[in-house]
Design a protein around this ligand. Structure first.
Ligand code: BGC
Length: 759
């Protein structure tokens, strides 16, 4: 509908009608206004399938929803590092929504994985904002290409399940911009989501539904968001304050209570009616975008959906270990599949994203045509107790096979929306089974079904490990295809697998106290922390093997020095040096060689996935702008990249760089500085104007190692302070101290020089 028409429609509404449109009609639909012909529309979860409820509604995945396709969860999709797969998922979901008359799908879920303990990490993408934002952008562009809206969630700083509805995430401005907002920023700019879902939690004390700085200043004014903000289910705090802050739609229904609050606030003059009109405009603008583009022909094609789910998962599986090339397996081998998840995979997480899958394909089912497979359940994941009988059967089966493939991971009760994990361990019964099998069978492969990192105490006793994450309903077929080499694995870890929980950056304060969770690790989240501190990890961010090998050569830049307004073109040749076609994820990191601020040792700034036939070489091209070199500067409240040398590093993962090159960056525009009597001599001398203004008097103290400044540390006269030591000490000395060091100098003289410098 044209803006003019929409405004006219709004002008015909009563105050009660307008207020009513700002909350849901029920659990899953918005209100309509019959007398004006405005229909109500449906929204549904999301993110990795359609959870459309026809009967009893809930937001915890308790009651049944329609039969649908369960695609790989966010943890898996991100591991594909493939924008193409994320987009395919989006397009498929968009079609499903059209078929089922769903106007907005509630996703993608894109909070940063601050700690592996977050119960909902399985739905989220990454510990890195670039990966998170890129995956979300592709997904959203896919859904919205079908004229269905998305609701990227949960905006923002919702990184724990513990007290998610009341806890305040306390963080500084730079951490917010570089990590937690950055996960959403380029997504908003590049994909223009129709809606955004604000999270339950508070941010630095203010509930997100009422956070004007985030919902209006940042989201709308700085990033150009032009859809509407809806609350997470039940995330409304103070309705009128939230409306003023930029939260348009409250979900689900408030049974009229908060609508009445809006009405009386307008009547009392507390709320300007124009704010309400604007909110209604924003909601209806999106509603009509959907209604006017309904696709009457769309059908929910469950079978093709299943194939797409398989295809996405095949790109998402990460090969973590492949000693002696135990994988791929040969169909001629006698193989034992063991572990419950071989026949009954764990393929999705619990909570609001839970899909009522129309079918689930297990690896045992996928291998039906292969007579050489033996299956033994091995453990019962409902109870974390060792079932001796099951274990015995599995050991016997393993002894009689050439290879044992143990399907393990985390049971539902170990990770879910609504609560956090307490540790990174797998159930005892599963760890024990792997160890017992490894004791009788030298060829063991472990296939992991989990939504977040786990400890692997048995890692040295097995030859192969495949991380299949929560891979959707076709996970069994996709796994089988990778195990037997029908598909060459190409997933990479979108998060670090630490050796121990104690090594994680926020170990000491995750969850917080008194409903406040302090993000004390700052920007050092995930690999930014491990690489900067050289902490050994189990598997680094970006890690993943292939059945083939790749080499990188010919790293080239189109210039050796760039200005901050310019772009840098980086090219590298990637060659498949093995014998199978495969896909490589080329990861580009930037590292500042020197900086005046505290920065991670390197940060991922670009990535591309390329497919190469054996012996084929392809040139991969990246284009970097100044943002790839920048940090958020709290003095200017903006991004800033310092003049200096930067290293462009292409890595196999965040810990292993293969080819490097240096680039000089010339910042255009300095950070304005105001000098005072407390500015240090070092700061002044680092500034060319400062050197010019203060040079002369400064020279007399910094340049001269005079008799007064010589010191003796012992009677022999050894340890005389040398020039270097002297300069280092003077570096931190404030200007006011010149009064004590330069005989006869007047305070006025120094103040005049400061004025000249500031002027
Ligand atoms: C979840 C959201 C979900 C909503 C509706 C909430 O509890 O946090 O992600 O979209 O419920 O089910």
């Amino acid at each position: 509908m044209e803006p003019k028409e929409l405004k006219k429609l709004i002008s015909q509404m009563t105050l009660d009608e307008k207020a009513g449109l700002c909350s849901g009609a029920d659990f899953w639909s918005t209100k309509g206004i019959e007398r004006l012909g405005i229909p109500s529309v449906t929204v549904s979860d999301g993110p990795h399938g359609l959870r459309k409820q026809k009967d009893a509604a809930d937001h915890l995945g308790i009651n049944e929803s329609i039969k649908a396709v369960c695609f790989p969860a966010g943890c898996a999709v991100a591991a594909s590092f493939s924008r193409e797969m994320a987009r395919l998922l989006g397009e498929t979901l968009g079609e499903e929504c059209q078929a089922e008359d769903v106007s907005v799908i509630l996703g993608p879920a894109m909070n940063i994985k601050r700690s592996p303990l977050c119960g909902r990490n399985f739905e989220y993408y990454s510990e890195d904002p670039l990966v998170s934002s890129e995956m979300a952008t592709a997904y959203i562009n896919g859904v919205q290409s079908k004229y269905v809206g998305t609701s990227p969630k949960h905006f923002m700083a919702n990184n724990q399940e513990y007290h998610r509805m009341t806890s305040s995430s306390i963080m500084d401005e730079r951490t917010m911009r570089e990590i937690y907002l950055a996960s959403f920023e380029s997504m908003v700019k590049k994909s223009k989501p129709w809606t955004i879902m604000n999270s339950y939690n508070r941010l630095n004390g203010t509930y997100m539904c009422e956070n004007q700085e985030m919902l209006t200043d940042v989201l709308r004014n700085q990033w150009g968001f032009d859809g509407y903000v809806m609350t997470d289910w039940g995330a409304m705090n103070e309705r009128v304050a939230a409306l003023k802050a930029g939260c348009e739609l409250e979900m689900p229904s408030s049974a009229g209570v908060t609508d009445a609050e809006i009405v009386s606030a307008v009547k009392s003059g507390e709320l300007d009616e124009k704010v309400l009109d604007e909110a209604v405009f924003r909601i209806l603008n999106i509603t009509y975008r959907y209604l006017e583009n309904r696709d009457g022909k769309a059908v929910l094609n469950l079978y093709s959906g299943h194939d797409i789910a398989r295809k996405i998962e095949e790109e998402s599986i990460v090969l973590l270990k492949n000693e002696e090339n135990i994988l791929p397996l040969s169909k001629k081998m006698k193989v034992a599949f063991m572990g419950k998840y071989a026949s009954n995979p764990r393929y999705q997480g619990g909570g609001s994203s839970h899909i009522n899958s129309f079918r689930v394909e297990s690896a045992v089912e996928a291998s039906d045509e292969n007579e050489q497979i033996i299956y033994a359940q091995g453990y019962d994941d409902a109870l974390d107790e060792i079932n001796e009988q099951m274990q015995k059967e599995a050991i016997e089966a393993a002894k009689n096979a050439e290879v044992a493939v143990v399907f393990a991971g985390l049971p539902d009760s170990f990770e879910s929306e609504g609560y956090d994990r307490k540790h990174l361990r797998m159930p005892k019964c599963q760890n024990r089974l792997i160890e017992e099998i490894a004791a009788v069978q030298p060829n063991v492969v472990v296939v992991l079904h989990n939504g977040a990192p786990i400890e692997m105490p048995w890692i040295d006793q097995v030859k192969g490990v495949l991380e299949v994450y929560l891979g959707g309903q076709a996970v069994g077929r996709a796994t089988w295809n990778v195990l037997y080499g029908e598909v060459n694995p190409s997933g990479r870890l979108p998060e670090t697998f630490p050796l121990r929980l104690q090594d994680t950056p926020c170990y000491l304060y995750y969850g917080g106290e008194n409903d406040e969770s302090e993000y004390r690790e700052g920007v050092f989240v995930g690999y930014r922390y491990y690489t900067s501190k050289s902490i050994e990890v189990l598997f680094p961010f970006g890690y993943g093997l292939s059945y083939t090998t790749f080499t990188y050569s010919n790293l080239k830049f189109d210039k050796t020095s760039m200005k901050s307004s310019e772009k840098l073109k980086v090219t590298v040749d990637v060659t498949n040096t093995g014998e199978r076609t495969g896909k490589e994820v080329v990861q580009l990191y930037v590292s500042a060689k020197e900086s005046n601020v505290i920065r991670p040792v390197r940060e991922l700034r670009a990535f591309e996935k390329v497919e190469l036939c054996p012996q084929e070489t392809k040139q991969v091209v990246f284009e970097l702008d100044v943002r790839a070199f920048a940090y958020w500067d709290v003095r200017i409240h903006d991004w800033y990249a310092e003049t200096g040398e930067y290293e462009i590093q292409l890595g196999k993962d965040a810990s292993h760089m293969i080819v490097y090159g240096n680039i000089h960056l010339e910042a255009e525009g300095n950070i304005p500085k105001v000098y005072t009597l407390n500015s240090t001599l070092g700061e002044i001398m680092a500034d060319s104007k400062g050197r010019a203004v203060f040079g002369k008097i400064m020279g007399s103290i910094m340049g001269g190692n005079t008799e007064e400044t010589q010191m003796k540390s012992d009677s022999q006269g050894e340890g005389m302070m040398n020039q270097e030591m002297f300069t280092a000490m003077m570096e931190g000395m404030p200007l006011r101290q010149m009064l004590s060091f330069i005989p006869g100098i007047q305070k006025e003289t120094i103040l005049e020089l400061i004025d000249a410098l500031n002027g």
